[in-house]
Design a protein around this ligand. Sequence first.
Ligand code: ADP
Ligand code: GLC
Length: 477
Amino acid sequence: MKLLFVASECTPFVKTGGLADVIGAVPKALAASGVDVRVLIPAYPTLAAWLDGECVLTFEDLFGGPARVIAVKAEGLDMLLLDAPHLYDREGNIYLGSDGQDWPDNDLRFAALSYAGAQIGLGRLEGWVPDVINAHDWQAGLVPAYLAQASTKTPPVVMTIHNIAFQGVFDPTRLAALGLNADQFTPRGVEYYGKISFLKAALALSDKITTVSPTYAAELLTPDFGMGLDGLLRARQADLHGILNGIDLDVWDPQTDKALPANFSVRSLKGKALCRSELEARFGLSEGDGPVFCVISRMTSQKGLDMLLECLPALVVQGGKLALLGSGDAHLERAFIEASNRFSGSVGTIIGYDEELSHLMQAGSDAILIPSRFEPCGLTQLYGLRYGTLPVVARTGGLADTVIDANEAAILTGCATGFQFAPVNATMLGHAITRACGLYAQPKIWTAMMKRAMRHPVGWDLSASAYLDVYNAAQER
Ligand code: ADP
Ligand code: GLC
């Protein structure tokens, strides 16, 4: 099977969140089943070093300037880089200008990505026509809309929703500029409450829809989580599949991780203590006995960190410590910096994005806090499991599907791997933190949980074969 991925980010080339990790990992897992996957992403400045690959497709004018697609094999992936300097050659965040606002031409930037994907689907790459296209999130949402305008045979499209909060909504006057025919502006096409939505278009027009956990697939059908698209998704329920994310075990393995001062494994946990000491030093935490909690996160309302702020005094009183790495909303950044001044030695905050430090945090912490209001899948709890850092999570989305709560029954039967709380509010988060502190004081139970968590299967094998089933079904349309 030939499969084209279309996405806006891909680890290790460019990453702002979990989407990139998934795009970088799934193709490798699918390759093991003989699937030939190529990954189309924009050639942002971080990809400049790879632009000396082979030019396999050119566009005289792709939404305002010349563009080309460069094919290159790198980091174990078959990449197709959409080099369109007028759209992507800018410093800073790939979605936002330095003012923190979306780039004003984001509609054109990601229409171009979708258009290039559709053209590859229509056979414009010599010698390689995909059997299926898997478009990811709104940035690739117009792929099926452009295919719908073609008069020739088109490949089936599978749309994967990584986060329904981002829908790519633009003014209806942009229709012609986006190269969309007027007859696409209907409720069956790109129209969404009088505007254009890239994600809506994909959900209406693609052959199959997947999202990144079974629980999120169910939640999306409700008004509380569907964010305006629940009605459409209910109508398409038969084509919607929740497939749990995995992690790249070559990158996230405490036994081989090069970012750590010491390695460890389920058989020998000794190195973890050294990682903890280094982590405490990096975050200015005192060396006490209590559990070290960590947070590695975008700081947005999705992630529920405002609730964690409310719980900090109690966390500290119980002897707990917190190391937080993240960036995002200015008021949250400020509040955590203030908290680290107030609870100096017990709370440490580093504002920024630091991949290497995130590995040390997963290795050196005792528990990872993820109080998300919604979480399509979440990857940091999976890294936590792998590194024996027990997840304390809101019972929602993929968090609900990957962590086994240490309730009495689970402790008694020896299957707990972390802590879940619901309903998702500060009181119940505080309660979960208290339960974690309580069990941390019982080393026998805690260590057994750590070892169980480290053995929990978090690779891609099962999910890769679930994707394969969906791609096969899509071809039978
Ligand atoms: P989301 O995609 O919603 O941000 P995920 O849990 O799926 O949430 O993925 C987040 C990814 O980004 C993880 O790989 C996490 O380690 C990483 N990450 C988030 N914030 C930071 C940061 N400040 N520094 C380093 N890595 C981060
Ligand atoms: C999104 C979601 C996150 C998920 C990631 C990868 O960014 O917020 O929950 O893990 O995509 O699918």
